[in-house]
Design a protein around this ligand. Sequence first.
Ligand code: SF4
Length: 260
Amino acid sequence: MFTPIYGPVTSWRYGTSLGIDLIGDVSTCSFDCAYCQLGEIERKTQQRQIFVPTQEVIEALNAYAPWSVDIVTFSGSGEPTLAENLGEAIAAVKALTQKPVLVLSNATLLNQPDVRAALNQADRVSLKLDAPNRDLLRRINRPVPALSWEGILEGLHQFRRDYSGLLDIQTMLLSPWSPQQQQAYQDLIAQLHPHEIQLNTPTRPKPVGHQLDGRGNHHQGDRPYAVHQLKAVSREVLQEFAEHLQRAIAIPVRYAPSPH
Ligand code: SF4
């Protein structure tokens, strides 16, 4: 059964995190990433709407008081910026819990002023950037047709100019990149100048269908549902790329602790 609050989960990036899901029980995203832990996205769209009313979130959150977590994270069953009440919900959660708020976003709607205004209320935003070029974007993230590489880049730059909180870039590597791809990524990151880069690689197989527990990234052992195995890179590849980036652009890079 759907609840708009999940966890707390332990994140290698952010410590103990209570999850908030403004999307609901139908997975909804403007991407359909090859590695998505929600399974194949059920509703692929870039149209914003209200899926879960803010009041429902606040009522569910009250049951978790006193919120003994490091951070409250908006993520869940799809892309949080698709929720038109994201800004309202962030403000309400901050007022109630007095905890820092993080949003994990796929960065596809950042060229919309309302989306940037909503995210501006978060203390920290982690933006997905898995592809250094149009072709990889199409193959890894599989965006809805209305989205373009140029539009996503424009949104990233607009957001960078506006945002005064902590900005992270999260990047999932499914296979090693060529020197040209690495350079293109490095150039982009240097322009965006995030607080931190987080490199990751799939460590779990992808569910075939939508599984709500994919929200929490906490399932261990055998799963009671069908999965696809995913390509991943070795820890050495992540480490080498992290060290290269850190030397080249002097921005802190963290990478997942125990990938395959
Ligand atoms: S990984 Fe995130 S951005 Fe990609 S399809 Fe799943 S919910 Fe959407």
